[in-house]
Write a protein that binds this ligand. Structure first.
Ligand code: TYD
Ligand code: MG
Length: 455
């Protein structure tokens, strides 16, 4: 019998090779190559076209399709991120740093789903059942009709799921699952991939929704590869700064709802509490108006969220000044510094620049550009912006300001939280909102002149 051909693949870029090496030729990453499980040998022939398959049923686009029935958990923040509740037979991946609160969130979700009548099974591969029960006790969930198991053997888990036929199975975590079909150790790329593949296929076939927990590696990828992200219907990330109590559940992919939707939670002694008004929470620790602090009126998914941006600009003792960013893109910061210098003649050479999004939020909207520029200028000039002002707008490389979407929603949220004025780009349709004075500005130079009386 011929020896099965070995194949190796890179967990970062997915490149496939026939020998192991320390560094991937495809993407140049180190230590990402590992052995794949051999594929079962099918009928081998030069071309697939030579063997007849069965013919596939074709349908039209206009076929009436009812929207999927959804089960809501009653945790509004979770339901919204899922796109309005859990879709039967869907596969969901919940990623996040170890210790961020994934198991806590999913145990709470399991309890809620079970209480709303969905048969729910929670399989922990990381903790003993007693440990999970202890956590449930702490969270006050012992009465919830959740079925619990501590197991890592995938074959046994699938057999049990087939017998029990739950509506939802939670697998905590995919890295601990182990399939006896695959030769490599649990946690290896091929094991994770095989386990995720088996579970998602099984879910589709049997009509069971599965939620897979995945730990994220240092560089922010769900360990054991992006391949898992492609297999599932929905990818949620649970993020937050370890020292902060806020946690954000973010949909980065959703076949059944909008991506970029967020749910906000607060980690308390009794588990995760929903935060129904995140703006109020993110701004709650804002003190007196101070230089470098600016409130950004942003949109997260379908919802407006106000956050505080903080900048600090100080003479640098280093020959290469520092640029440190938390919660925003550092490339984008460099761009705004360059535009300020080139278009407004305001240099930051010789100055250290620090930028922080308060509360541990991460912002990715370009609409934050103007708020960042405002924070940087305010810090540099040591002049505070009026405390009742929100800022938003995109900056182009020419220094012009570009209108952004959902102006009305941003202004309404600001008005709700007691702000009375807003600085925004000219142009675009911007219906005013009563109670908010809208200061419309055409370009960055105009902004510097208007707000800081220089330029
Ligand atoms: P956990 O859900 O175990 O994290 P993960 O599954 O993502 O690894 O959460 C661990 C942290 O949450 C732990 O440091 C303690 C904290 N925690 C609370 O603050 N309050 C609680 O009620 C619970 C259950 C955990
Ligand atoms: Mg856990």
């Amino acid at each position: 019998m011929a020896k099965p051909k070995l194949s190796f693949s890179c967990s970062a870029c997915g490149a496939v090779t026939n020998k192991w090496s320390g560094r991937c030729d495809g993407c140049g990453d180190w230590n990402t190559i590992s052995e794949d499980a051999p594929l079962s040998a099918g009928p081998s022939t030069a071309s697939l076209g030579n063997i007849k398959g069965r013919s596939i049923e074709l349908t039209d686009l206009h076929t009436e399709e009812a929207p999927p029935p959804r089960t809501t958990s009653g945790l509004a923040e979770l339901d919204r991120v899922l796109g309005g509740g859990l879709v039967p037979a869907s596969a969901i991946l919940v990623g996040g740093d170890p210790g961020i609160g994934k198991s806590t969130l999913l145990l709470q979700a399991a309890a809620r789903f079970a209480q709303s009548g969905l048969k729910t099974l929670y399989v922990s591969g990381e903790e003993a059942s007693a440990q999970v029960r202890m956590r449930a006790q702490r969270l006050g969930l012992t009465d919830a009709p959740v079925k619990l198991a501590a197991e890592t053997n995938l074959r046994d888990i699938l057999t049990t799921l087939d017998q029990e036929k739950p509506g939802l199975a939670i697998i905590d975590s995919i890295q601990t699952m182990w399939s006896d079909n695959v030769g490599s150790a649990p946690g290896s790329v091929s094991q994770v991939r095989a386990a995720a593949h088996e579970l998602t296929n099984f879910a589709k076939r049997k009509g069971i929704a599965v939620i897979l927990v995945g730990h994220v590696t240092k560089d922010g990828q769900i360990a054991g590869p992006r391949v898992v992200e492609h297999m599932v219907d929905t990818v949620l990330y649970f993020e937050g700064e370890r020292g902060h109590q806020f946690r954000v559940l973010r949909a980065v992919k959703n076949r059944f709802g909008p991506a970029d939707e967020i749910g906000v939670f607060e980690m308390t002694g009794k588990g995760l509490a929903e935060v129904l008004n995140p703006s109020a929470l993110f701004l709650s620790e804002r003190g007196e108006p101070s230089a470098g602090s600016v409130v950004f009126a942003g949109i997260e998914g379908t919802r407006p969220v106000l956050t505080e941006l903080q900048a600090l600009v100080a003479p640098s003792p280093h020959s290469q000044p520092r640029r440190t960013v938390v919660g925003w893109d550092s490339g984008r910061l460099a761009m705004i510094l360059a535009v300020l210098e080139a278009r407004c003649g305001i240099p930051f050479t010789g100055l250290d620049v620090y930028l922080n999004v308060a509360g541990g939020m991460k912002i990715s909207e370009p609409a934050a550009d103007l708020a960042v520029a405002a924070a940087l200028l305010s810090a540099r000039e040591d002049a505070a912006l009026p405390a009742d002002t929100v800022v938003f707008g995109e900056i182009s490389l020419s220094g012009a300001l570009r209108a952004v979407g959902q102006t009305e929603n941003r202004l309404k949220e600001a008005q709700k939280l007691g702000f009375t004025s807003a600085i925004a780009p000219k142009g675009g349709k911007a219906p005013g909102v009563s109670g908010i004075k809208l200061n419309k500005i055409g370009d960055l130079t105009g902004f510097v002149g208007d707000v800081f009386g220089a330029g």
